[in-house]
Design a protein around this ligand. Sequence first.
Ligand code: ACO
Length: 403
Amino acid sequence: AVDIGKLRAETGYITYDDGFGNTGSCTSAITFIDGEQGILRYRGYPIEQLAEKSDFVETAYLVMNGELPDKAQRAKFSGLLGENAPLREGMRRFIQTFPRDSHPMAMLSASLNALGAYYPHLASNNHQRDLEHFDEAAAIAISKVRTITADIFRVSQGKPFNHPKPDLLYCENFLHLMFSDPYKDYSPTPEVAQALNLFLLLHADHEQNCSTSTVKMVASAGANLFASVSAGVNALWGPLHGGANMAVLEMLKNIHADGDDGTRFIAAAKSGKGDRLMGFGHRVYKNYDPRAKIIKASFHKALASLGIKDDPLLNIAMNLEKVALSDDYFIQRKLYPNVDFYSGLIMRAIGIPENLFTVMFAIGRMPGWIAQWREVAQNPKLKIYRPRQVYTGKTKRDYPANR
Ligand code: ACO
């Protein structure tokens, strides 16, 4: 076998793969994607079956642990999530100290990182020691990301925090934390809770995407779970990644305000002079993103149950899709709707404000980041991630003598 290290040292040879489009950074047993066929499976289970039969909490357990939980395992996991839902008072004060107009992703990343300070026994930066407390750390991250998100929202609205209710399920509890008021409890219809469950489940993992690779990069240096997922949040914030769900809604609103039905927008996107069609295209899927298909299929039912009959933004989205899918520019480049194309409209219908859309993606992705962090931490042959480069700067030159 070729000794790559030796070859590199002798020849200076490195592979150059712009944007890592063709580089496998690790082996992984969590998520399978076939981008050409539009297939996505978590731990071998097709996403379509999980979307139909599972819920977010069960899927989170599956993604992190490799198997569906039996009754006792599910009860234990739900118990841990319930126990860990409240935030320490100091964390709540921390969230209150941000400027009122702070971006929720900045607040989320900082808050997740701060969790490590509150639980030093889970964040020792020694993988072996941190793994001994894996179940507790995972439950804290999954449960508290929900409370942190709701607290960020409440602060931005100038409203008091709500306290998690131990008897509520994960999604119902989140919606209570978000929308209950001191004298009026919010209880969602089953359809709203189900739409949220589906949204989170569909985002639970997506193999080595930008934010997950970031989590793993940080983990590869030996960093703890909270530091690693906090870094993942920052990667997710970018508009080419998780920020796209927010960008889609902005795009739809602008098209609506321009009195366009999407046709003019598409012409501008194709010419390269306008903006990209947000929510379209994917590095891996060269086919319809299966998650977008599932959201689209359940969309009309969910909207009807939320009392939304004729949404002009939905009409524009459907027209954009229709025009793009029959246009040579998009066909030749294999650009199809991705999960973000319709997910923003679901969030909006549930009542989530736009600046929280990407935070919602982070709640959904948390189990995936945790599972991927665990794979890194458990790797007995772990090597720090350290890519090389092709240097294009100046060749050697001397510092000016009379400076
Ligand atoms: N609208 C118009 N043209 C596009 C789009 C788009 N949404 N996406 C790609 N293209 C074009 C590019 O201009 C390029 O054309 P060219 O070959 O003539 O130069 C070609 O398609 C290939 O595009 P790349 O940017 O090279 O593809 P890449 O795999 O690097 O990018 C990405 C994938 C970032 C998702 C891209 O398709 C994009 O910007 N989409 C819009 C943003 C978006 O929806 N992001 C969410 C991704 S899914 C997620 O994070 C959950």
